[in-house]
Each structure stands twice: as C-alpha cells, then as structure tokens.
Ligand binder design. Structure first.
Ligand code: NDP
Ligand code: MG
Length: 383
C-alpha cells in the first residue's frame, strides 16, 4: 500500500486529494495545515496519520485537545512541516500548501529521497533551479499536480526520446477575460473570487483573475520540462477542457482533455503510472460544442507580463516577483489595495529589489523577504 504525507490537507487541493486517497486505499502518514484545527482534527481522526503539523503554534493546544487519546503526534511551525516531509515511511509527499512557504519542505522531502506530487507552484517559481537540481541528484520524481503541467506530463508518456518543440499552455482567461484596465479599477475581492471554471483557494483564484497564475505556471513549466521560455505559448481557452498540449518535432500536437476537475491530475500524480476510476465525471465534448482559442491580453494583465519578464531576467527575479505578488494578493484580499495595484506593485518591486544569482535556499528566502518588505512599505506609505 502506497504511503503519502499531505501538506496543506485542509485546502482545496488537500481535501480533493483525501477523496482520491480514500478511494484508492493510499495510507496517510501525515497531515499538515496552517491554522484550521477543526478540519485538521476531523481528517486526522478519519485517516489516522502518525503525525500532524499545525503551522500556527498558537493553535497547537486546541488541536491537542481535539485529538486527545488518538495517539497522534502533533508538531508545529516550519520545523514540523519539514519533519512531515522527511518521514521515512513516506513513499510520496503531496505538497499542496499555498505560497513560497512550501519551498523548504519540498527541498527536505527531496533530500530524504521522497517522490513529490507538486501542487505548490510557488515552490518552482521561487526556487526552480534548486528544486530541479536537488531532484536530479537524488533521483526523485516530481509529479505535477497543476492541471496544465499534469497534462503535459501525461502527453509525454512514451515520448521520452522525443524533443518537445513547443508547449501550449492553456489559460481560462479568468473572470475578467475581455476586460480592459478601465473596467478593472473598482474590482473588489468578491468579484475576483468568482472563477468561471474552477473552485480553488483564495490566493490562486486572485492569481487567476490577474493572470499571474499563468505567469507562475509558465515559470513552473520551464523548470519541470526543461524548456526555454521561447518554447512555451500561452493560449486562452475559455472552457478549460484542453488542459495543455505538446507539439513535437513533426508538428504533431498531443493534448490532454477532461472536465475541469483537479481530482484527475491529483490522482494521476498519486497513482502514477496507473489509471483507475476517478471520483469525477466523464467529459462530454458535445455538451461543450465549441472550444475556443485566443491570444492573452498582456496590456491589461500586467502580472502576466511581469512574470514573463522575470523568467527572461532569470536568477532571483522570479522569487522577487512571487514574493511581491503573494504580499500584494493578501493585501487586496484584505481590501487594503485595489485590483490593479497588484500588478503595479509587482512591477515596481521588480525594479527596486535587486535579484542576483540563486546559489542556495537562503538566497531565495532573502529575495522573498526583501520583495515582501518593499510591498508592505509601499502599502504603508499609501502607495
Ligand atoms: P487553499 O488556500 O485552499 O489551501 C492551502 C492549504 O495550505 C490549506 O490546507 C492551508 O491550511 C495550508 N497551508 C497554508 N500555509 C501553510 C503553512 N505555512 N503550513 C502548513 N500548511 C499551510 O489553496 P489551494 O488548495 O487552492 O492551493 C494549494 C496550492 O496548489 C497552491 O500553490 C496553488 O497555486 C496550487 N494549485 C491549486 C489548484 C486548485 O485547484 N486549488 C490548482 C493548481 C494548483 P489552512 O486551511 O489551515 O489555512
Ligand atoms: Mg493550473
């Protein structure tokens, strides 16, 4: 029986992963959340992991009361999260925490020789070179969970000897597709949290509205599939049915389709290489009738352009962009800044916070901290 640790088990990906785990009898070794003690306790009682991590230390007491008598060890903070990632029993670690905080646990799991099912895209954006180099050294496999990257991974099966000419990275376009900047001035969190095709955590939903999500995925794809940025084409595909595609040397294009349900890529990552019935529904192409494909609007969606510029610049620039974006997105969710300020702040941070080369984890952490501090300072000064 396969054994998996699930970091971020109370989130959108985490809860869907537990459905998959339950259906296929995968054993849960560990569960982690940030602060949602009630759901974490409920999951722990149901799945009986040997250890759980509640990142927020102040919640540990409440969790230990909820888990009294269960014989489950409780740990906290980054140290706790890393301990879960490294458990000798793990066959695979699903990293579905949100944000750059996921980088160190990913690196620790790789060092411990554990395969990774990776949803936490910020990990690859901020520290892609470190993660891929460590995985190569340790012979660890990284199974993408992000639907676009899972699609490409699926298209590549049986094609290891063939060079990818181009990756077609599909984008839904988000809730503000077709809008111009003038239409977005007064957008509030509640408007941006309405995604047309996917139900996800709040951070990625805002990233989808600004199209930063596609920028992060562009960088994620570069690292996962060892592509030059010139080999990745972003195509807006409103229906989210074609999850991405690969063009080979002979111009044959192989794509992966399915209903927009994250349980399909989550399951493929956890059960690879097996395909088994998934707790979702089948795709009916005739229900859709028409599939559409368009170019992205880089004039309106500054965040996407910033991410593309960041990966061209390289080094720590993507970590700076990611850190600035995380800070700005949460400020927008708290109604401290406007929607268009997110892109503005990301661009300004890129210009003010120096990047440099990536040598180690601390370089990435420092770039992340500097970017966040800059954004906080600008917000504190009233922008
Ligand atoms: P959610 O906000 O729904 O969930 C985040 C999860 O991470 C929660 O369990 C949260 O705990 C936990 N968490 C956050 N910070 C920490 C921390 N410091 N230590 C331990 N746990 C932590 O996010 P999503 O599930 O939507 O997204 C997770 C990741 O997957 C993101 O990187 C996202 O970009 C990526 N992704 C998500 C997709 C989706 O459909 N949702 C699709 C593709 C990628 P708590 O509940 O206590 O806050
Ligand atoms: Mg995606």
């Amino acid at each position: 029986m396969k054994k998996a640790a699930i970091l971020g088990s109370t989130g959108s990906i985490g809860t869907q992963a537990l459905e998959v785990v339950e259906k296929h009898g995968i054993q849960v070794t560990a569960l982690a959340a940030h602060s949602n003690v009630s759901l974490l306790a409920e999951q722990a009682k149901h799945f009986h992991p040997e250890i759980v991590c509640i990142f927020d230390e102040e919640k540990a007491q409440a969790l230990s009361e909820l888990l009294k008598g269960e014989g489950i060890e409780i740990v906290t903070g980054m140290e706790g999260l890393c301990e879960l990632a490294e458990l000798p029993e793990n066959d695979i670690v699903l990293n579905s925490v949100v944000g750059m905080v996921g980088l160190l646990p990913t690196l620790k799991a790789i060092e411990a020789g554990k395969d990774i099912a990776l949803a936490n895209k910020e990990t690859l954006v901020a520290g892609g070179s470190l993660v891929m180099e460590a995985a190569r050294k340790q012979g660890v496999r990284i199974f993408p969970v992000d639907s676009e990257h899972s699609a490409v991974f699926q298209c590549l099966q049986g094609n290891s000897m063939n060079r990818i000419r181009k990756m077609i990275l599909t984008a839904s376009g988000g809730p503000f597709f077709g809008k111009k900047k003038a239409d977005l001035v007064h957008v509030k969190a509640a408007d941006a949290l309405h995604h047309p095709n996917w139900e996800m955590g709040s951070k990625i939903t805002i990233d989808s509205a600004t199209l930063m999500n596609k920028g992060l995925e562009f960088i994620e794809a570069k690292w996962l599939f060892d592509l030059d940025p010139s080999q990745i084409e972003i195509v807006v595909h409103r229906q989210s049915v074609l999850h991405s595609a690969v063009e080979f040397e002979d111009y044959a294009v192989i794509g992966q389709m399915g209903v927009p349900d994250m349980k399909i890529p989550i399951q493929y990552a956890l059960l690879y290489p097996e395909r088994k019935p998934c707790p979702t529904r089948p795709l009916s192409l005739t229900d859709y009738g028409t599939l559409t494909f368009e170019k992205p609007d880089l004039e309106t969606f500054d965040c996407l352009r910033a991410a593309l510029d960041a990966i061209s610049e390289g080094g720590l620039c993507p970590a700076v962009v990611n850190g600035a974006n995380e800070e700005a997105v949460y400020a927008f969710l708290r109604d401290e800044i406007g929607f268009l300020d997110i892109g503005r702040l990301v661009r300004e941070t890129m210009e003010h916070v120096k990047g440099g080369e990536v040598h180690c984890y601390d370089d990435v952490l420092q770039a992340d901290h500097a970017a966040r501090a800059y954004v906080r300072e600008r917000i504190g000064a009233g922008l």
